[in-house]
Design a protein around this ligand. Structure first.
Ligand SMILES: Nc1ncnc2c1ncn2[C@@H]1O[C@H](COP(=O)(O)OP(=O)(O)OP(=O)(O)O)[C@@H](O)[C@H]1O
Ligand SMILES: [Mg+2]
Length: 252
């Protein structure tokens, strides 16, 4: 059974069809990649799946066998679907620790929480999994580097103990060593059985992690399949990768 099922999802902004007739399934524990040119509707797709900050014009979203179309965002979190944002988003005046602890409010709720862990244990476990060191936890979010803010955003989502995470460009604006660390962190999160839907422009990240790859273009599905097949597709090369990008993708 699919953990996340997207059916014919669309979002219009006036005359603009930002997302148009998108359908796919993500299985339990899978890493599902999404690529596409700037403005092709990737972030809008995450927005309408989670209802933050707006819901879809039409179509349906199913999570763990239940329809989540149009339901409250906090309810979606409680059911086990968490997300991060393209821009590093945190409460700047709070410490990293406080930011992560706030995320715990949106945790399992009626679902079973893992064991009898205290809030502090849950926060530290999430921070450890994203390799955010303890000294950073006492710092205000505003004092952290871009990479640390990305780690913080991941930890704030992880502390909800999700079954699936939607990650919007976790590797953007990072250095090569930070990108390598991000790949390792995403692998470690996935190794806990958490399914990942990953939007990314950094192709080596997308290709080294994804088991399935969807390419969007002008809000529509251009190609969905095995990553190796998708990056060789003529239409994908023409619309997104270009010849050089395709060579880089082959090398990745
Ligand atoms: N709130 C909004 N109101 C009006 N138009 C919007 C809104 N959000 C997004 N759009 C438009 O919808 C289209 C898709 O935008 P979206 O941010 O989803 O693209 P993207 O694939 O995430 O791009 P990028 O790779 O640059 O992040 C764009 O034309 C964008 O201008
Ligand atoms: Mg985007």
């Amino acid at each position: 059974m699919a953990l996340l099922k997207i059916e014919n999802l669309s979002k219009n902004f006036g005359a603009l069809k930002a997302v148009s007739g998108v359908s796919f399934e993500v299985r339990k524990g899978q890493i599902f990649g999404i690529a596409g040119p700037n403005g092709s509707g990737k972030s809008t797709l995450f927005n309408i799946i989670t209802g933050v900050p707006f819901s879809a014009t039409s179509g349906a979203v199913w999570f763990n066998g239940q329809s989540i179309s149009g339901i409250a965002a906090q309810k979606i979190c409680h059911l086990g679907l968490a997300r991060t944002y393209q821009r590093e988003t945190a409460f700047d005046s709070l410490t990293a620790y406080q930011n992560i602890a706030l995320g715990a409010v949106f945790g399992p709720g009626e679902r079973e929480a893992t064991g009898a862990a205290t809030l502090e244990e849950r926060v530290c476990r999430a921070a450890e999994l994203v390799e955010l060191d303890r000294a950073r936890l006492a710092r205000k979010a505003s004092e952290l580097s871009i990479f640390e803010r990305k780690q913080l955003m991941l930890a704030s989502a992880l502390v909800m103990e999700p079954k699936a995470m939607l990650l919007d460009e976790p590797a953007s604006s990072l250095t090569k060593p930070e990108i390598a660390e991000t790949i390792r962190i995403i692998r470690n999160i996935n190794a806990r059985g958490i399914a990942i839907v990953l939007i990314e422009h950094v192709l080596p990240v997308l290709l080294s992690l994804s088991q399935r790859l969807l390419v969007l273009n002008h809000g529509e599905m251009l190609r969905l399949g095995a990553p190796d097949d998708v990056v060789r597709d003529e239409q994908v090369i023409a619309a997104y990768l270009g010849k050089r990008g395709a060579r880089d993708a082959e090398a990745a």
